[in-house]
Design a binder for this molecule. Structure first.
Ligand code: HEC
Length: 103
């Protein structure tokens, strides 16, 4: 299973590049990212009591999201939130926030 991980990352990256032309195929990292801002603050830079996402490594963000999804990482809302996305979508949103400026 782990030997497929790099392929998933490449595919997610290609989805990001093609997001403009293939907007109906899959939501882009940015589109998914907008759903996070209500809690994680403007550009994902953090809000009171909620950790920032902007400017952190895509691998670290993806790792945390995967663990929320699997239930390995404890949380209050993120466990429920993360299960709504495919691994490719979690990778895409992780890459989106990694590309945003940290506060
Ligand atoms: C309803 C509010 C809410 C929404 C919406 C939300 N988050 Fe969170 N997020 C939290 C809270 C609260 C935490 C702290 C962990 C917990 O309690 O679940 C958290 C923690 C995280 C963490 C772990 C950060 C760390 O340093 O521990 C990541 C990564 C994360 N969220 C990503 C996202 C992404 C990506 C989205 C959008 C797809 C999102 N969140 C949407 C409230 C939210």
């Amino acid at each position: 299973m782990s030997r497929h991980t790099p392929h998933a990352a490449v595919i997610a990256g290609l989805c990001l590049l093609g997001a403009g032309a293939l907007a109906h195929a899959a939501p882009s990292g940015q589109t998914i990212g907008f759903t996070c801002l209500a809690c994680h603050g403007d550009k994902g830079q953090g809000a009171s009591g909620i950790p920032p996402l902007a400017g952190r490594s895509a691998d670290a963000l993806y790792g945390m999201l995967s663990e929320f999804k699997s239930g390995k990482r404890p949380g209050t809302v993120m466990n429920r939130h993360a299960t709504g996305y495919s691994d490719e979508e979690l990778r895409a949103v992780a890459e989106y926030f990694a590309s945003q400026p940290a506060k």
